[in-house]
Design a protein around this ligand. Structure first.
Ligand code: AHG
Ligand code: MN
Ligand code: MN
Length: 340
């Protein structure tokens, strides 16, 4: 008797099938997601060779082909811009690596989406061969026509039509949502395809991990210090103590907590008065994914997705992950403030 294996679903197939649920869909968003998958494959291929730069030529050096080698974050940024800029699906882009808005040149087709990305998240991890990622966030443009403008990318996160990340770990995964749940795909490098591996991801209501850069402890306010002590297990009647895990790549820390259950925090501190992470490139897309998976994301007080961004590179404190854990942190912060 032969045993039939489960269905093999490529990301292309999955995106197309999801699009069919919406008869009014034009397919542009689907194609844009597919563009990201292509960009991810190009970046992944280059990350796989990152450890060889000393042998094959390092940043600033010229390689055998006489081409200048680029730092990976610059390379990832340029790759994403060139897979998306010319397609007619996008009217404007913004990247953590670019000070200013990235317009689609006049004369090129201007699409209906505005796209933001963190091309290489956790870039300091490259040198030590630890996991890094790419994060993206997609909005429908609010301007009517022509080139996109700043207001197209400065929309509250609740208005995102899609968000996702790619994690370059022991395998490469792409995780995204269009507001219909969260779905994960794993790259099969032998055939160059992302295959559906984690349909309908949900995050446990209470997690087993907490992730925070604890070297900042002395620079946090009292509320955060108490909340983190609570995550250690100092209030056992309210919350069971958790295990600590911290990679220093938001994508990798978030991904672990999404799968296994947990909470990630990057609070404000006396050095980073608004926290360190960026609202538009990091917090918003991760917050949409967290909520779609049944989790939560706040800045300690407010829901991340309700914050109206005022500047492209605006920072925000971030508390994200399993719902009950995020609520616990907000409660402790509120109680500490009320105590004065
Ligand atoms: P990026 O590499 O895009 O600048 O992001 C790094 C971020 C984020 O991925 C991570 O959570 C955080 O910085 C780590 O910061 P600390 O080193 O201060 O813990
Ligand atoms: Mn980042
Ligand atoms: Mn980055």
């Amino acid at each position: 008797m032969s045993i039939m294996q489960g269905p093999i679903v490529t990301i292309e197939r999955f995106i197309l099938d999801q699009e069919r649920l919406f008869p009014e869909a034009t397919g542009e968003l689907s194609n844009l997601l597919y563009d990201f998958a292509l960009g991810a494959k190009i970046v992944a291929a280059s990350i796989r060779r990152a450890g060889l730069v000393n042998i094959l030529g390092s940043a600033g050096n010229t390689n055998v082909q006489g081409e200048e080698q680029k730092k990976l974050d610059v390379f990832a940024n340029e790759t994403l811009k060139s897979v998306m800029g010319h397609t007619g699906r996008v009217c404007v882009m913004a990247s953590e690596e670019d000070e200013e808005l990235i317009p689609v040149p006049p004369g090129w087709p201007q699409g209906k989406y505005a796209v933001l990305f963190d091309p290489l998240d956790g870039s300091s991890n490259i040198d030590v061969n630890a996991a890094v990622g790419t994060i993206f966030s997609i909005y429908r443009r609010t301007s009517m026509e022509g080139q996109g403008v700043l207001t197209d990318v400065l929309q509250a996160g609740a208005r995102q039509v899609a968000a996702g990340y790619v994690m370059y770990g022991s395998s490469v995964m792409l995780v995204y949502t269009t507001g219909q749940g969260v779905h994960g795909f794993t790259l099969d490098p032998t055939i160059g395809e992302f295959l559906l591996s984690h349909p309908n991801l949900t995050i446990p209501e209470v997690g087993i991990y907490y992730s925070v850069n604890e070297s900042n402890f002395g620079r946090w306010n009292k509320g955060i210090q108490r909340a983190v002590r609570g995550l250690h297990g100092d209030y056992p009647e309210r919350l069971k103590g958790k295990n600590s895990r911290y990679i220093g790549s938001l994508v990798a820390d978030f991904h672990r907590n999404l799968i296994a259950g947990g909470i990630f925090l990057y609070p404000a501190d006396t050095k980073n008065r608004n926290g360190k992470l960026r609202l538009t490139y990091e917090a918003n897309p991760m917050a949409m994914i967290a909520e779609q998976a049944g989790g939560a994301a706040t800045d300690g007080r407010r829901r991340i997705l309700d914050i109206q961004p005022e500047a492209l590179h605006q920072r925000t404190p971030l508390v994200i992950g399993s719902k009950r854990d995020v609520e616990f942190v907000s409660q402790i912060i509120a109680e500490t403030e009320a105590d004065g």
